[in-house]
Design a binder for this molecule. Structure first.
Ligand SMILES: CC(C)(COP(=O)(O)OP(=O)(O)OC[C@H]1O[C@@H](n2cnc3c(N)ncnc32)[C@H](O)[C@@H]1OP(=O)(O)O)[C@@H](O)C(=O)NCCC(=O)NCCS
Length: 156
């Protein structure tokens, strides 16, 4: 598995994954045509310099991505992450989250947040297993990790 930064050269890879999300959303009766298209992703995420996207490849195929951005000057937020169905349970989302967390840490954010719908059991488990703190809101859980530059030293 390899993780790299998204560039415009990967637009077709992302489009393909968005199509997969669309298919899953239709199956789950969650499809919103305004949100699940490449134009929306470009306007909302990729054109904003304060956002960051990482891609995961597995045997040379791009099979997952994670998008985050600045929430406020001290907080970075994960907006979404997705791993193609056939490549799940291989640690890809975990690695994507670790990569974007490291990015936020090295860019001096003090916290990273990830809001997760209460129905998304896979994502909830991923956050709990990674040791993120859980805050409860009416519609979602907010998972929070404090970013300390020398956390490894403290942990040791
Ligand atoms: C949620 C999601 C991103 C998780 O992706 P993933 O790559 O399967 O996640 P991981 O592989 O890192 O971890 C999932 C599980 O696989 C397990 N796993 C990791 N590597 C493994 C391996 N080599 N062998 C067996 N299991 C493994 C992990 O321990 C974890 O187990 P757990 O759920 O019991 O804790 C994916 O299910 C997805 O894209 N869902 C749809 C979109 C979505 O909900 N996105 C999040 C909201 S924006």
């Amino acid at each position: 598995m390899d993780i790299k930064e998204y560039t415009e050269n990967n637009i077709n890879d992302i489009s393909r994954l968005i199509d997969e999300i669309k298919t899953e959303d239709v199956e789950n009766n969650e499809y919103d045509p305004d949100l699940k298209n490449i134009k929306h992703y470009q306007e909302t995420y990729f054109n904003d310099q304060k956002n960051k996207t990482f891609l995961a490849s597995y045997t040379d195929n791009i099979v997952g991505f994670i998008i985050g951005g600045e929430k406020d000057s001290e907080t970075f937020e994960i907006y979404m992450h997705y791993v193609s169905k056939n490549y799940r349970k291989k640690g890809i989302a975990k690695k994507l989250k670790e990569t974007i967390t490291e990015y936020a840490r090295t860019h001096n954010y003090k916290e990273i947040h990830s809001d997760v719908l209460k129905t998304n059991t896979e994502s909830i488990r991923l956050n709990i297993n990674a040791g993120w703190d859980k805050q409860v809101f009416p519609e979602f859980y907010r998972f929070v990790k404090k970013l300390c530059k020398n956390e490894d030293t403290i942990a040791a």
